[in-house]
Design a protein around this ligand. Structure first.
Ligand SMILES: Nc1ncnc2c1ncn2[C@@H]1O[C@H](COP(=O)(O)OP(=O)(O)OP(=O)(O)O)[C@@H](O)[C@H]1O
Ligand SMILES: [Mg+2]
Length: 258
């Protein structure tokens, strides 16, 4: 029996007017794999992630989740399946505490609506207790204990990105899709975040797709690296292969600052 990849994209195409944001990109991740997407600004990395999570509908091509075609599924339906993502930039609510933000991440898993809450009060309470305990686990996992009651707006950028990850973890993801989770972070914060990603993978075998510009981190934690340029994949392979690919060196690594 063949095992279907956890998440697969087949020949995705997306255009905005004359711009081909994605011009036939494919990838697959299996359980326990970390795939990094790299490439210059405007290469189509976020567009690719948007197709995976359902924010963009590709003009052609397919997205498969464990072999099931989810190309037409709305983002919240994909999230309910366990496709969790964070966005480039900050997603957490500044005026809420760390704990409240992570609790808000559970919202799409809650079975109890308002009417249910009135009719089935015990169930609503049970659900709340369960989410509360799980939020606490995430807080501990991400080493945010001392900040659990701090307003997110008072945190630095790196910690806010960590809270964003916590919100994605609240989904109990079966695939994690992270758009520049380490952008704007200090070297130490990046190392912490890389460690959390590796720990998530170790604990749950969760495949992770992430966009990252820091080549050292990418080469360090990835099983596969997808290199994009102008909406196309110019290389896909293990870090050691990609690093010596002539097109990659020309297009991207060569353009890196010394
Ligand atoms: N919603 C949109 N409307 C119009 N153009 C878009 C939209 N989304 C992406 N594009 C265009 O598609 C191209 C790819 O953009 P995308 O955001 O996917 O790149 P990226 O690789 O994530 O870049 P960055 O590293 O700057 O985040 C760019 O030319 C961008 O301007
Ligand atoms: Mg982007």
């Amino acid at each position: 029996m063949t095992v279907e990849p956890a998440l697969e994209a087949v020949d995705l195409k997306v255009s905005f007017g004359a711009i081909k944001a994605l011009d036939g990109v494919s990838l697959r991740v299996d359980a326990g794999q970390i795939l990094s997407v790299i490439g210059p600004n405007g290469a189509g990395k976020s567009s690719l992630l948007n197709c995976l999570s359902g924010v963009y509908r590709p003009h052609s091509g397919r997205v498969l989740f464990h072999g099931r075609d989810i190309t037409a599924l709305a983002p919240h339906r994909r999230a309910a399946l366990g496709v969790a993502r964070t966005f480039q930039g900050i997603q957490s609510y500044a005026s809420m505490t760390v704990r409240q933000n992570i609790l808000a991440g559970f919202h799409c898993r809650m079975k109890t609506g308002l009417l249910d809450a009135l009719l089935y009060w015990p169930r609503a309470q049970r659900e709340e207790r369960e989410f509360s305990a799980r939020a606490e686990e995430i807080i501990e996992f991400l080493e945010l204990e001392e900040l659990r009651h701090t307003l997110v707006g008072e945190l630095g950028y790196g910690l806010r990105k960590r809270v964003d990850l916590g919100r994605a973890l609240a989904l109990g993801p079966s695939v994690l899709v992270l758009d520049e989770p380490m952008a704007g972070m200090s070297v130490e914060e990046k190392a912490d975040l890389a460690r959390f990603v590796l720990d998530i993978r170790a604990a749950h075998n969760t495949p992770v797709i992430l966009v990252e510009h820091d080549m050292e981190v990418v080469m360090d934690i990835s099983d596969q690296v997808l290199v994009m340029e102008w909406g196309r994949a110019i290389a896909l392979g293990a870090p050691a292969e990609v690093r010596i690919d002539a097109r990659v060196i020309n297009a991207y690594l060569g353009a890196e600052e010394p």
